[in-house]
Ligand binder design. Structure first.
Ligand code: MN
Length: 438
């Protein structure tokens, strides 16, 4: 197993920020459950994003308890050292290793959780936890909280209130610090370079699977941990299936390839989509659609800055794409009517953006106090307009049928505008035509 993160201090800095927002409380974060894939094979393990964010700890069967302002402040319950199990499953830190290497105040065996937790919760005034991830743990926590209530007797304190840990930590994760942005630059750079490698390997006759292999080989060669989400490698009309996961067709001469794939590096993920011709040369019909999507994508990258409501990005995209649909002959009614009747949804059914960070669809509220949230320095999100014309769409001009295009970059808002983290992946027609298949 890998040593803790290159800079263990990052986690302590994040905990200090969280402590300011959660004084007097206890935050309980169990590790992500291990998942069976088939028979006795597990899915590769990935730690819960919040637990990793606050500690850097990656082992399953663990529970982190954070009590801002109390002693001990950080408590972790972990698996024992077990030489026999470690021969099979690999290295474990054990309680001593966890305390020493991850700078946790107090560590216990996971089997001591039930015995220790009540005392740890007695002095706090509220608990942060997210229900409905692990039913077994939910039930355990309910009975623990009942024990805490009883231990206070008839003191007027009643049940400890339980608040949502995901919203609390999610709001912290939403605002990327300098530490976070540096890690995101790394994940996005690795992702962009892998996209360039796929571009070079794309040619008629190559399979989508082979290109997926090129992407994976590239990110692993660059020391990525894994994909940030299931890659989409969709040639031809497969691009019109938004979450196409089969990736099992052969790329044909004259078709476009849409690839939406991201590398995860130290739990941060990149999320890039590029669309380009399999044979390296756009047809006139493909250019017609591509140029419009690219123009909208570039406009949004150019105008994103503090103060703009996040929701405005989607409203603006719908306006521009609807205009494009009318010009392309896909929609035959005026813009206002097309938007009112949601006609654009046939060709553009998704959102133009989502927050990005440790989760590809990252945490953070969309409304604050009932108002649409405004972009602020540290907001990180994708910009990904797309236009998809089903292959069997009788309403569309024949030359456009089966064309699906999406162009996606990742940006982070700065004091005055935004930084494009994925600019190393080309998207201009001339750049793509010079790279694909070369
Ligand atoms: Mn995305």
């Amino acid at each position: 197993m890998r040593k803790p993160a290159d800079n263990i201090e990052i986690f302590a800095r994040r905990r200090r920020l969280l402590a300011e927002r959660a004084k007097g409380s206890a935050i309980i974060i169990p590790s992500h459950p291990e998942m069976i894939r088939n028979n006795d094979v597990h899915h590769p393990y990935r730690q819960d994003s919040n637990l990793f964010y606050l500690t850097g700890w990656e082992e399953p069967e663990s529970i982190f308890v954070f009590r801002p302002g109390q002693t001990p402040e950080t408590v972790m319950f972990v698996r024992p050292k077990d030489i026999e199990r470690e021969t099979w499953d690999g290295f474990r830190y054990g309680p001593e290793g966890c305390a020493r290497e991850f700078k946790i105040d107090k560590t216990y065996l996971i089997t001591d959780f039930d015995k220790e937790i009540t005392e740890l919760l007695k002095p706090v005034d509220r608990v942060y936890y997210r229900f409905n991830i692990d039913d077994g743990f939910d039930r355990k926590l309910m009975s623990i909280l009942e024990g805490v209530r009883r231990s206070h007797g008839r003191s007027g304190r009643g049940n400890l209130p339980v608040m949502d840990s995901w919203e609390l930590i999610g709001e912290l994760r939403y605002l990327k610090t300098a530490d976070d942005i540096e890690l995101m630059r790394r994940a996005c750079r690795v992702t962009a370079r892998a996209h360039v490698d796929v571009m070079k390997a794309t040619k008629p006759g190559v399979s989508e699977k082979k290109l997926l292999g090129v992407f994976l080989a590239s990110i692993y060669a660059q020391d990525a941990d894994r994909e940030g989400y299931g890659s989409i490698v969709a040639s031809g009309a497969n691009a019109c299936t938004l979450h196409y996961v089969f990736n099992d067709q052969v790329c044909k001469d004259g078709d476009l390839l849409l690839i939406d794939a991201g590398a995860e590096v130290r739990y941060y993920t990149g999320d890039i989509t590029r669309t380009y011709p399999v044979n390296g040369k756009f047809t006139t019909a493909q250019r017609k659609v591509y140029d419009r999507v690219l123009a909208i994508q570039k406009e949004l990258c150019a105008v994103a800055k503090p103060g703009i409501p996040f929701k405005w990005l989607q409203d603006r995209t719908i306006e521009c794409l609807t205009d494009a649909m009318i010009e392309l002959g896909l929609i035959k009614v005026p813009r206002t009517e097309a938007i009112e009747r949601l006609l654009f949804k046939k060709y553009y059914p998704h959102g133009v953006s989502h927050y990005i960070g440790l989760d590809v669809h990252d945490t953070g509220l969309y409304q604050v106090g009932g108002e649409a949230r405004k972009l602020e320095p540290g907001t990180a999100f994708t910009i990904e307009p797309g236009l998809y014309i089903p292959a069997d769409d009788k309403d569309a001009p024949e030359e456009l049928r089966g064309i699906g295009i999406r162009i996606e970059d990742d940006v982070v808002i700065t004091a005055t505008g935004c930084e494009n983290l994925t600019s190393e992946a080309p998207k201009e027609v001339s750049e793509l035509e010079a790279l694909v298949g070369r």
